[in-house]
Write a protein that binds this ligand. Structure first.
Ligand code: SF4
Length: 381
């Protein structure tokens, strides 16, 4: 039987070519009302020896692909052999190692939702073992929670950074306490700030994820303004934007059904994003690297690119109502990626046909139909 090792279900899009090592299983909090990533699954710490065994298996698969590269005459240019291995991998672990080598073999990501919850000495032991076993790895990243980061001593985070953890991805979601409480995020704005600042101070690069639309019609303004305030206090290296996507399996779905929570429309979410960007005063890279975001071109380095980013929002808001609808449906139906594609007559026509189908020729597409097109996007992956 082919070598294999355990893989968790998620990784951020920016880790698409990373070697995935499952450090823990599932989420130790698991109560956020907008998230179903690990619902129904029990959190478990994995024994260090078990994680090390997985790393050893990854190394064996790595060696096998390298040997094949030499046999085929490519030598150290292992990407060719990795591409061949990707055509018919015997299992998911083999596929992951081949993809990692194909992508350069330099990055690794520790799964699942909060590796920081491991004992510091165990986490550093695993990081060191990974670097010793696979020395081509230069960047190691993971998910973490603000609350856990806030509880660790700064010296521990420094130890983790020195062992080799390069970046943490933290789900900030919002900086508005009332909303954090309503969504059962299990963290306050003050804890977000304390945890985030400590990570930045330790030298670990920090990505904070913001969830657009989370405040709904009732709290969108406070959500935008208070989130910007928290980010200004932290000044993370990256602010990564995600858009709320709701399906029937989420705990918050019942509130939508009974009318106690009303979702914002795409256009309202763009107004919320404008407010967020206007209030940001930090030194961070603003990234929209997710298909669920309406304006994926909203990216830049803050503060210098703020006006350029706001101009993208101006451009969207200046479109005629018909063109805005065309763009929204085109995005949600995955026909468009960027605003410029509105000028692509072939794509424009495809979207018009979708609009006719959805509106039964009336050109009035129900908001629910547009939101339904978005369902299935996962906020993290
Ligand atoms: S958002 Fe993060 S912390 Fe909350 S339940 Fe999901 S994985 Fe866990």
């Amino acid at each position: 039987m082919a070598d294999s090792f355990e893989l968790g279900p998620f990784r951020p899009p920016s880790e698409a070519y990373s070697l995935l090592i499952r450090a823990t299983r599932n989420c130790p909090w698991n109560r956020c009302r907008f998230c179903n990533m690990y619902k129904g699954k029990k959190f478990e710490l994995r024994p260090v020896e078990e994680i090390k065994q997985d790393i050893e298996v990854a190394k064996r698969i790595h060696d096998r692909i390298r040997e094949q590269s030499w046999r085929l005459g490519y030598g150290d240019r292992v990407q060719e052999a990795a591409a061949m291995a990707l055509r018919n991998p015997p299992n998911h672990a083999f596929h992951n190692v081949a993809l990692w080598l194909y992508g350069g073999g330099e990055n690794a990501f520790f799964q699942d939702a909060n590796s920081l919850i491991m004992r510091t000495n165990e986490l550093t032991e695993v990081i060191r073992f990974l670097k010793e076993t696979l020395p081509s790895i230069v960047r190691i990243t993971s998910y973490g929670r603000s609350k856990t980061a806030a509880k660790k001593a700064l010296a521990e985070l420094v130890e983790i950074q020195e062992a080799g953890l390069s970046r943490l991805h933290i789900g900030l979601e919002s900086g508005y306490d009332r909303l954090l409480q309503y969504m059962d995020k299990g963290v306050t704005a003050a804890e977000h700030i304390a945890g985030g600042r400590k990570v930045v101070e330790s030298g670990i690069s920090l990505s904070e994820y913001v969830l657009l639309g989370l405040g709904g019609k009732e709290m969108w303004r406070e959500h935008a303004i208070e989130t910007a305030k928290v980010l200004n206090e932290i000044s993370p290296n990256f602010i990564r934007i995600r858009t709320l996507s709701v399906n029937g399996s989420l705990p918050m779905y019942a509130d939508i059904e009974n009318g106690s929570y009303v979702r914002t429309t795409d256009e309202e979410m763009i107004e919320e994003e404008r407010l967020l960007i206007e209030h940001l005063e930090c030194n961070s890279n603003y990234v929209s690297d997710h298909i669920g975001n309406l304006l994926q071109e909203l990216e830049g380095k803050l503060p210098e690119d703020k006006e350029k980013m706001l101009a993208v929002i101006d451009r969207f808001q200046a479109l005629s109502p018909g063109e805005r609808t065309n763009f929204r449906i085109g995005r949600r139906a995955r026909v468009y990626t960027y605003l410029d594609e509105l000028d692509d007559s072939r794509k424009h026509q495809i979207v018009e046909q979708i609009i006719h189908r959805l509106s039964q020729d009336s050109r009035q597409v129900d908001e629910k139909e547009i939101l339904d097109l978005m369902e299935g996007y996962n906020i993290r992956s």
